[in-house]
Structure formats: C-alpha cells, structure tokens
Design a protein around this ligand. Structure first.
Ligand SMILES: NC(=O)c1ccc[n+]([C@@H]2O[C@H](COP(=O)([O-])OP(=O)(O)OC[C@H]3O[C@@H](n4cnc5c(N)ncnc54)[C@H](OP(=O)(O)O)[C@@H]3O)[C@@H](O)[C@H]2O)c1
Length: 337
C-alpha cells in the first residue's frame, strides 16, 4: 500500500469539511492497517475540531488536518511486524486513539491491542457504533456504578437492585447504557425526547421521562425512586438538579463534563457538609480489547443492538457531521466509504 492514495474527509474547523486525497498510512510494529467498511461519529469528533481552531496559530501549515473518527469496522489488509492476533483478510472492529483518530477515510491504522475480531453475524455498521459509545456506557456502568454484566453472572435474588438514571437515553451512549444496565439487573429510569419514548422503553427502560416536561427537567423518577447512580449523557445539568434525586451515597457519572473547578468545588462542599454524594467525570482511554470483545459478543448473540440513526457515504460525510452536531441523532450515525 506504500505511497498509494486514499480519500478522507478532514475538519480544520467546526463545520466545514474538506475532501482530501492523502497517502494510505503504514502500520507500525504493533498496528494493523484496516480497509474501512464503516465508521461512526461521536461528539468528541466536533469537540476536538473546535478545540483545534484555538490551536491553529501553533499548528504546522504543511500537513493536512487530522482525519476524525475513532470507531472503525473493516478488514485487515496489512499488519505490523509484531502483530500476532490478526492477518490480512480478518474482519475487525477497533477504537482509534482519541488524538490521532483517522476513521473518516478509506483506510486507517489501529493498535492491535484494542482491535477485536468481528464475527460474520455482526455487520460493519453495527460494530462501528460500539467502540466509543458502547465502551463509555460499559465503563460507566461497570467501573463507576459497579454493575456486573458478564454473561455468566447470576443475579442474586437478595442482592438489592440498583436504581439508575440514564439521561439522553436515545443517543449514542445512552441507548447502549440502557440495554447494558438492564443486563446488570438495574431498575432504569431514562430521559429522552417525546418522539423516542417508545423506542427507549423497547430497549428495556422501566420508566421514561420526556426531557421537555417539568418532570423530565427535574429528573424525578415517576415511581418516586432515588437513584444510586446517574449516567449523564445529556447537555449540562447543575448539581442542584441531580442532588435531591440521589440516594445518600449516590453518584453522578458525568460523561459530558470535563474535570472542572465546578465539579471539584461541588465535591469539596459535599465533603465538608459530610454528604457522601459524588459527581464524577471521566474520559474513555481503552488500553485492551476485553470490553470491546464483550460488547461484540453481545451483539453477535442478539443481546445488544446498535440503533442506527442514519448511514452516509464518505463522499457525503458532511451530512453525517451536520447531523451529529445537531445533537438530535437517535443512536449512531454511520459513514461508509
Ligand atoms: N467522557 C467520555 O469519555 C465520553 C465518551 C462518549 C461520549 N461522551 C459525551 O457524552 C455525551 C453524549 O454523547 P452521545 O454520543 O450519546 O450524544 P448524541 O448521540 O449526540 O445524543 C443525542 C441524543 O441526545 C438527546 N438529547 C438532547 N438533549 C437532551 C436532554 N436535555 N435530555 C435528554 N436527551 C437529550 C437527543 O434527543 P432529541 O433529538 O429528542 O433532542 C438525541 O437523541 C456527549 O457530550 C459526549 O461528548 C463522553
């Protein structure tokens, strides 16, 4: 592939994409080169492009802007000298490094350690939805909320069920989070727009709030439950809205909020007032293939589904980008070369 060109869509700023022809990347020792069959978009793509505008004065003017998109499903066409798990022809799904990305193209390189085989039963589009959104939902529920999701985990009848609120349950992260939380035997309250209430119930949510109603805005459970945890995927909500809805030691796992003085201040005030409630923020940074393998297995077994908002050709990738920026996707936006 050395020296051959491929098509890609790059973003130097927030809105205007540019179609470019660039050299197909070569895999390093621990990487595979993937012929992309599907990629999916995530808000981090346009957030990073926006951030890049601030950095523009300091960036090299000679190279093209980075190719966005972290989620890729496709076929291995070349392997680095140290790669052991894969060979050319293998169907895979992978998650790119958040800084280098590269999925909005015909070919991209991915680290072997975060790449997973894709069985024939799992389509490229369904697989491409999983990495960032599915892994974030999985990390929040297992690591921060403590749910056990493994296939073989038998739920103890006497074990108390956790009450979990998932905001923006119709979005990329939220729709996976609802399904995974149900596997973890949680009682799920979800928020979404009126048009998606039935869809979110269909994913397993026990109760659903329309976020445009007063009840939805206050996040109050219709059955009067307090939440052990909130998986927050919707636009900013202040701590004063979360706080009264939490149990004594409840947590908010906030995907949308970068670590900030507001979060640190809230947690400091909680500590001083002897409250055990916590506001947690985190950023996905996968280092192995375990969770992605688990999610792909669930899709293969028909236990987890990717809701696809829309599919777009790479040649019309700007339409996918605009759809994403609108903040109104239901499930995942997919681009196919
Ligand atoms: N920290 C991390 O590592 C990490 C990882 C992944 C994602 N994230 C962040 O998590 C957030 C969610 O990502 P995503 O991919 O799920 O977003 P998304 O797919 O763009 O979310 C779109 C959905 O959100 C719904 N929505 C909008 N406002 C809402 C509100 N106030 N209440 C309830 N639902 C609302 C929309 O419904 P309507 O169309 O009906 O308005 C739409 O269905 C983003 O901020 C993203 O950057 C962080």
């Amino acid at each position: 592939m050395a020296g051959r060109l491929m098509r890609a869509l790059v973003y130097d700023g927030y809105v205007n994409g540019v179609h470019v022809e660039v050299t197909i990347p070569s895999p390093s020792k621990d990487e595979v080169l993937i012929k992309v069959e599907a990629t999916s978009l995530n808000p981090v793509d346009w957030k990073a492009a926006k951030f890049r505008i601030l950095l523009r004065p300091f960036l090299s003017k000679t190279s093209h802007s980075p190719i966005p998109c972290n989620d890729v499903a496709g076929e291995v066409v070349e392997i680095g000298s140290g790669v052991q798990k894969f060979k050319p022809g293998d169907k895979v799904v992978s998650v790119m490094n958040i800084f280098t990305a590269g999925g909005l193209s015909e070919y991209c390189v991915a680290k072997e350690k975060v790449t997973v085989s894709r069985p024939a039963q799992v389509s490229a589009a369904d697989a491409a939805g999983l990495p960032v959104a599915g892994l974030s939902a999985h990390l929040a529920l297992t690591h921060y909320v403590g749910l056990k999701l493994e296939h073989e985990h038998e739920h103890d009848e006497n074990e108390p069920r956790k009450n979990i609120l998932i905001t923006a349950a119709s979005g990329g992260v939220g729709h996976y989070a609802v399904q995974l939380a149900k596997m973890g035997n949680a009682h799920v309250t979800a928020t979404c727009g009126a048009r998606n209430v039935e869809l979110v119930k269909g994913l397993g949510a026990d109760e659903v709030l329309d976020y445009k109603t007063a009840e939805g805005a206050s996040l109050t459970s219709p059955s009067g439950r307090k939440y052990d945890a909130v998986i927050h995927c919707a636009p900013t909500v202040s701590w004063s809205v979360f706080e009264p809805n939490l149990v004594e030691n409840g947590i908010v796992a906030d995907l949308t909020h970068p670590p900030s003085t507001r979060v640190m201040w809230t947690n400091a005030v909680n500590k001083i007032s002897l409250s055990k409630k916590k506001w947690l923020t985190f950023t996905l940074n996968p280092q192995d293939d375990q969770a992605l393998k688990f999610l792909v297995g669930l899709v293969k077994d028909g236990k987890l589904k990717t809701i696809i908002d829309s599919k777009h050709a790479l040649s019309r990738g700007e339409e996918a980008w605009s759809r994403g920026i609108s903040g109104h996707a239901t499930g995942k936006i997919i681009v196919e070369p």
